[in-house]
Design a protein around this ligand. Structure first.
Ligand code: ADP
Ligand code: MG
Length: 587
């Protein structure tokens, strides 16, 4: 069963550093061993762990495909796509418990860490975690916090397209090329333009949107079906959560099918999320779906053009277009690439796996593994970062203007100082407001936080204040300000989640630690129960009873943890499922 033999072990003095792709829809964990990156399977033997957290009736936590099963029948006790809310002070309700997005992410990270520990047979303390390139400071800090809450020492956060490029660079070190990585996952979109030569990977520009992904494509389909002429649903019916949640599952399947087939049929569930014996269906062609997604494709074109402009390259100067993320399987995206770049994309590596593999390569670079000693990688800061300033127009002071300190796509790590000045004589305090964006006025940019500078020495208006921005390799910004001879003020930007004091972080950690995970060894059995429960809803009423009974017996045996009894109950349940033509394996 274990995929790793005991002959290949890690040096004991260095802690093992795993790589984690913490995705919106799926997460993966990897390790660099024996000169190459490899993926680690979860308790179900799968490489992709759905980024879904569920709370079972008894309060125990399940993560991954067991939670995905639970979501269909009990969406109110599950959370998903919470990566979208990372960095926000929002609470998500799961049954009677409440979690912040970073707490939910920490549960996913813990589950991946446990998978790695089980497979590698060692304690895991260190990790490289990937983040969308277009994640801002709040989202990155929330990710680091999630890592800490999961008991991980986050050695580095790297941008997802950069991780993908590392794998490409790892395998094709001698190439000399301009590459464009397009990463469209479940909830985020990034584009990165880079140059590789002699083992050096130089990121030239990154752009993207952190609120655009495959889920939006599914949403388009769901709304089209719900508002379709033949569907004829009343407004109240559109808001029935079980109906919508089950239909979403059907649309997700249809979307994937349309990546292979020209057309498909979508079954329409009733208000309780169940299907009639001959359910009504909605027919959708690939061409229709592509047309529906036109507005989304336009949002994708913008950042690609911008990244190329920043890198000073024409589409035709790109040698290879690399696709990353599950949503790049959609034909509408591949057609777009051919149209835009004049060549088909390269799909050498599995678009689902390449980011996680890259995280392991990064871990090897940090650990100075001999297998990567000829590789060098440079990354960029994808945003323009600066502060609010006051401008004088005809003797009149007007605040609200943005002054950049770091320009987008500068190579990182970077540290730059700018001199600003006081506006009034003997001004003692300044509130430095920090923003991200390219707009002239701060109101149109994203506020990142502020730094209070106090106790300025007395002096005339226009006395200097030095402001230094430092952007590290993980993409975390530190701001420092001082007046000559005055105290230095420094902050790692603290606006949202990370305003937590160390004591509050400890408190949150304790709360998370107190949660009980459903036993890892038994997760597969839990998944089977949730699968059977979901299938009950798919069956015709006349077929239900047999499955219902088998499931009751199975759950009873699970609860009583009576091994012998359990084994036979499980066999029976599997047999009933298979006699109904419901195969657990081809989920
Ligand atoms: P993330 O990194 O954000 O978790 P992934 O790279 O795992 O995202 O991609 C997940 C997204 O890819 C989902 O929105 C899913 O619907 C979509 N997806 C996966 N396979 C296919 C396919 N065959 N056709 C279309 N979309 C797909
Ligand atoms: Mg991803």
């Amino acid at each position: 069963m274990p995929e790793f033999g005991s002959d290949s072990s890690f040096p004991t003095e260095e802690p093992v550093c795993i790589g984690i792709d913490l995705g919106t829809t799926h997460s993966l964990v990897s390790v660099f061993r024996d000169g190459k990156p490899e993926l680690i399977s979860n308790a179900h033997g799968e490489k992709l762990t759905p980024s879904i957290v569920g709370v079972l009736q008894d309060g125990q936590i399940v993560v991954g495909s067991a939670a995905r099963e639970l979501r269909v029948t009990a969406p109110e006790r599950c959370a998903w796509v919470f990566k979208r809310y990372m960095g926000q002070e929002r609470k998500l309700k799961l049954g009677d418990k409440e979690f912040t997005p970073h707490e939910l992410s920490s549960l996913v990270l813990q589950s991946l860490r446990d998978d790695a520990a089980a497979q590698l047979n060692t304690e895991i303390t260190d990790a490289v975690i990937t983040v969308p390139a277009y994640f801002n400071d709040h989202q990155r800090t929330a990710t680091r916090l999630a890592g800490e809450m999961a008991g991980l020492n986050v050695r580095r956060m790297i941008n997802e397209p950069t991780a993908a490029a590392l794998v490409y660079g790892f395998h094709a070190r001698e190439d000399e090329k301009n590459l464009c990585v397009i990463d469209l996952g479940g909830g985020t979109f990034d584009v990165t333009v880079m140059e590789v030569f002699e083992g050096t990977l130089e990121i030239r520009a990154t752009a993207g949107e952190s609120m655009l992904g495959g889920e939006d494509f599914t949403d388009r389909m769901v709304s089209a079906v719900l508002s379709g002429e033949d569907t004829q649903l009343e407004l109240a019916e559109l808001q029935q959560p079980l109906r919508v949640s089950r239909l979403r599952g059907e649309c997700e399947k249809a979307k994937r099918l349309l990546s292979k087939e020209e057309s498909c049929k979508i079954r329409l569930p009733d208000k309780d999320g169940n299907f009639a014996e001959k359910p009504k269906t909605y027919r959708l062609t690939r061409a229709d779906f592509s047309r529906m997604c036109d507005p989304l494709m336009q949002r994708i074109a913008g950042p690609i053009a911008r990244a190329l402009r920043d890198a000073e390259l024409d589409p035709k100067e790109i040698d290879d277009v690399i696709l990353v993320g599950g949503s790049t399987r959609m034909p509408v995206l591949r057609d777009f690439v051919i149209d835009y770049f004049g060549k088909p994309p390269i799909i050498d590596h599995d678009p689902d796996e390449v980011v996680a593999l890259g995280a392991a390569v990064q871990a090897a670079l940090i650990g100075q593994d001999a297998a990567v000693d000829d590789m060098v990688m440079t990354d960029v800061c994808p945003f323009t970062l600066g502060v609010e300033v006051v401008k004088e127009f005809g003797g009149h002071m007007q605040d609200g203007y943005f002054k950049p300190v770091l320009h987008r796509n500068c190579t990182i790590p970077v540290s730059r100082e700018e001199v600003f000045s006081t506006v009034a004589a003997n001004q003692t305090n300044v509130t430095l407001r920090v923003f991200q964006g390219d707009a002239r006025k701060v109101a149109d940019n994203t506020a990142l936080g502020q730094l209070e500078v106090k106790g300025l020495p007395p002096g005339p208006a226009g006395s200097p204040i030095y402001v230094r921005f430092t952007y590290d390799l993980s993409g975390v910004l530190e701001v420092e300000a001082y007046a000559p001879g005055g105290e230095r003020f420094r902050t790692v930007l603290t606006n949202h989640v990370h305003q937590l004091s160390p004591a509050q972080i400890e408190e949150a950690k304790r709360r998370i630690d107190a949660l009980k995970f459903y036993p890892r060894d038994d997760l597969d059995n839990q998944k089977l129960a949730r699968f059977a429960e979901r299938m009950l809803g798919e069956l015709h009423p006349s077929q239900r009873q047999q499955l219902d009974e088998a499931l009751d017996i199975y759950e009873d045996a699970m609860a009583r943890s009576d091994r012998e009894h359990f084994a036979s109950a499980k066999d029976t349940l599997l047999m009933v499922l298979s006699s109904l033509g419901l195969d657990h394996e081809d989920l």
